[in-house]
Design a protein around this ligand. Structure first.
Ligand code: GLN
Length: 288
């Protein structure tokens, strides 16, 4: 009897060892199966994600109900203050975009050279500030389709000007608005310029009128507004650059970008763009 019991015990142990061995075999196989399955799964998942991008309402994507425009309200007729209110072509366009996506609207006014940082930190949703498309900016933001053709021009005193064309700018005292394409133009193209950077173009114009500068380099339309309000100044008839204004959005916000482009198309097709250009004294032929 004892022997039978012992044999039974040996049998049980043998079976158990066999079972363990079998399990061990399964264990080593299962991870292999899993590993084999991972690659196709990953491929499938990325395909699904790419294909699955559906146009969703911007309001859902942004997770908020107010669309915040960032600008520098020193750029008439695109953005400027009138009776303490920020108005202008860009403001009306941005309001139309907010309507288009069904969101409330607000404006944040700040220094021009802070706008891209404010955009990328989420403080504002879009930059609408007569901002020209440049390669350097394209590394940091996405731009909408362009909405206005622009150029840098030279403002000089009417009397006793020392600058008659861009060829005379070398070595002169030149005022620009900090961080703008005017600033970049002078820095890159004018030899030995005494470059004076201002937060507001109007302040550069005041220094020019007071004889502290030889010239101011600025975007054409704001330059024309400044000289219209200052008898002592005039704009030279020479375009230094060819630029295009567009609306900047964060690179991770393609939904807002397509909504802006759709809205710009809609405004053009319905004649609203021309209406706004005329309202602000801009050239219809310079709209894109
Ligand atoms: N168009 C110029 C730029 O993009 C100036 C814009 C502005 O001063 N608001 O740099």
């Amino acid at each position: 009897m004892k022997l039978t019991k012992l044999l039974a015990l040996v049998l049980v142990i043998a079976l158990a060892v066999c079972a363990f061995a079998a399990c061990g075999g399964n264990d080593t196989e299962q991870p292999q199966t899993n590993l084999d399955g991972v690659n196709p799964d990953t491929g499938d998942n990325s395909n699904v994600n790419t294909d699955g991008v559906d146009p969703t309402p911007v309001i859902t994507e942004l997770g908020k109900d107010t669309l915040v425009m960032g600008t520098n309200a020193e750029f008439e007729p695109f953005e400027y203050r009138e009776n303490d209110e920020i108005v202008g072509y860009d403001v009306d366009t941005a309001k139309a975009i907010a309507d288009f996506v069904g969101m409330d609207f607000s404006v944040e006014d700040m220094a021009f050279d802070s706008l891209i940082t404010a955009l990328n930190s989420g403080q504002i949703d879009m930059v609408v500030a007569g901002m020209s498309v440049t390669d350097e900016r394209l590394e940091q933001v996405n731009f909408s389709n362009p909405y206005y053709r622009a150029a840098q021009v030279i403002i000089v005193p009417k009397e006793g000007a020392t600058v008659a064309s861009s060829a005379d700018l070398a070595g002169k005292k030149i005022g620009v608005q900090e961080g703008t394409t005017g600033d970049i133009y002078v820095e890159e193209n004018v030899e030995n310029a005494d470059l004076n950077r201002f937060k507001k173009a109007v302040d550069a114009a005041i220094d020019l009128a007071n004889g502290r500068l030889d010239a101011v380099v600025l975007d054409e339309q704001p330059a024309l507004r400044i000289v219209a309000q200052n008898d002592a100044l005039t704009v030279l008839d020479e375009a230094l650059t060819e630029e295009e204004y567009a609306i900047a959005v964060r690179k991770d916000n393609p939904e807002l970008l397509s909504a802006i482009n759709a809205c710009l198309d809609d405004l053009a097709e319905t004649g609203k763009t021309d209406e706004l250009l005329t309202k602000y004294g801009l050239n219809v032929e310079d709209a894109e």
